[in-house]
Design a protein around this ligand. Sequence first.
Ligand code: ZN
Ligand code: ZN
Length: 374
Amino acid sequence: MPKQQKRTAASPVVKDRLKRCRRHMKRAGISAYLVTNPTDYFHLIGFSGEDSAVLILPREVHVISDGRFDETINHECSWATKWLRKGLLNAEIGTVVRSLKLRSMAVQAEHLTVDQHGVLRHHCKLRRLGAAPSIVGDMRRIKDASELTTMRQAIRIAEAAFEAMRDTIRIGQTELELAARLEYEMKRRGSTSPAFATIVAEGRNAAHPHARPGRRKVKRGSALLFDWGARVGGYCSDLTRMIFVGSIPPRIETIYEIALDAQCLAIKAVRPGARMCDVDAVARNLIADAGFGEAFNHGLGHGLGLDVHESPSLSWRSTDKLKVGDVVTVEPGIYLPGVGGVRIEDDVLVTATGHRVLSRLGKHASDAVIRSKR
Ligand code: ZN
Ligand code: ZN
């Protein structure tokens, strides 16, 4: 039985998102849509619990969860019908589906495992258990004004934390210490968690695009790569900057200038209607013409929002087009095994007239040099 509760109305933002979701459902011929990706149901109805499911019907919303999130539901979505399971989630979904006498339902194929699909089929006894298109994923791509306000906060916090951390860098500190300092400075400013595992890479460790910070130490003449982000209200920022201790090693300076030119030129190409592969090619061709084509071994960027990597993929593999409201990272890099690597990353909003760079940290080589201090 659903739990009775005191209800308050859904917020205008949630009402609007549900309206748009139902429009997509109707177009796809879906009368019941089971959302199991926690990030997706958070976006739709603002419910932040885990291990739960949200069933969207044309006129109702059912939240299927457990006792741990009872109060969370009362607080975040009391207007929805609440079901608290004692047993397994899929069994409770079956109970809800059977008591509502549903005949068909669509699930999130991009999130549900084959195993879970089989268990759901067993419990729900539906005539049709189909796969929905990526409804919420597509909705999440286009950021509204309130989302952009939160994302700007996440960017500002990451930037202020970076500047505070930069002043504390001393010879002999390890990559892990610098990562801890950066995460501490972000939390102090209101970030609930890092948007992803902070990357701090010294010297040749920076030749790995996804380097893990370790016990390598800051030296005079170190080139340090930082890739970090804050999380605020669920939304992520994602930035990469270099810091050079005392001076820039000559080979690194060469590739830094090339990567920076490539990044600035690619940002100029960001506009609605531009194909992902064409924006990627702007940076890739410049780097290849300079003789480092092989050393840029990942896509140019990615969508950013509630997930640090989300749709769209700004890469050579995609012929999809940028849309107004997309927020993407632009982050070319050049990696020289055994020597080091550079990457520069900013967060960019696609606007009706082109783009707006949301991040503001300086990125000229001279901005990146700090005095070497003991
Ligand atoms: Zn990054
Ligand atoms: Zn990124």
